[in-house]
Design a protein around this ligand. Structure first.
Ligand SMILES: [Zn+2]
Length: 258
């Protein structure tokens, strides 16, 4: 059995190699496998580029000869292969009993809408996937991402009674102490992004003008439509949150620091 924690490319990419296994994903994101047209609205493609572009994207990933980007997995044919089959769904709060091993599914939305961490109490271990404490910081750049949910999910997961926190990228296996200590710097990146945006907004700028500064991803990568999409959605979410916190105000389609 193969359990995907969420639908992002780097967490499903080799599903198709497990042709004798059963593939599972959380029930919220299962529609992405049942009909790939469910992917563009939640990953951000529709929000940034519209429905026509999304249809073109589905055609590009269906074609094994489409040229891939060196910077993002946007045109990777493995998107198509890895979403070709789904054998079951799991739900948040579910406990799967494999005999000697029990796996608790903990819902931790914010990174994606259905994002799930897999907790193995018998082994004191939890797979935290993309709550990964990497220096880049939290990633919530899909349309289904949410900054405040990301923070509350991290706070909940760091309190799970586990000794081993197994990350999905770069950091490897962390002790509870390492995970909790690292979490402070990791979440502080969100405030650092706010501060960068606020310093730009000492003068009024539109969303697009802030995006063009490349505060999250260096501008040289913006030529990749997906990197630009991630930058756009990340900045948009920060602006919305800063506005709610009354740290910026809106003048027409421009924003300025209060
Ligand atoms: Zn992810």
């Amino acid at each position: 059995m193969v359990f995907n924690t969420h639908f992002h490319f780097d967490h499903i990419a080799y599903n198709y190699l497990f042709d004798e296994s059963r593939i599972f994903i959380n029930e919220k994101e299962a529609p992405c496998f049942r009909d790939r047209r469910a992917i563009p609205p939640i990953i951000g493609i529709e929000e940034v580029y519209g429905k026509g572009w999304a249809d073109g994207w589905l055609q590009r990933i269906a074609d094994p000869t489409t040229e891939e980007s060196p910077y993002s997995p946007q045109n990777n044919h493995e998107w198509w292969l890895s979403t070709a089959r789904l054998d079951g769904e799991y739900a948040w709060g579910e406990v799967l009993d494999f005999g000697k091993v029990q796996m608790h599914v903990i819902g931790a939305p914010g990174h994606s809408g259905g994002f799930s961490c897999m907790y193995f109490p018998r082994y004191g271990a939890i797979y935290v996937a993309d709550l990964d404490l990497t220096p880049f910081g939290p990633w919530y750049a899909g349309s289904d991402g949410d900054i405040d949910l990301f923070i509350s999910s991290c706070r909940m997961i760091e309190n799970v009674d586990a000794e081993f926190f197994i990350t999905g990228h770069e950091m490897g296996i962390l002790s509870k102490k390492e995970f909790r200590t690292g979490m402070e710097g990791y979440l502080a990146v969100i405030e650092e992004r706010d501060k960068k945006i606020l310093s730009v907004l000492s003068a009024p700028f539109s969303l697009e003008e802030v995006v063009d500064r490349g505060l999250i991803y260096d501008r040289k990568y913006h030529m990749d439509a997906w990197i630009y999409m991630w930058e756009f959605i990340t900045i948009k979410k920060h602006l919305r949150r800063l506005e709610q916190q009354q740290r910026i105000s809106r003048i027409g389609d421009r924003f300025v620091a209060v």
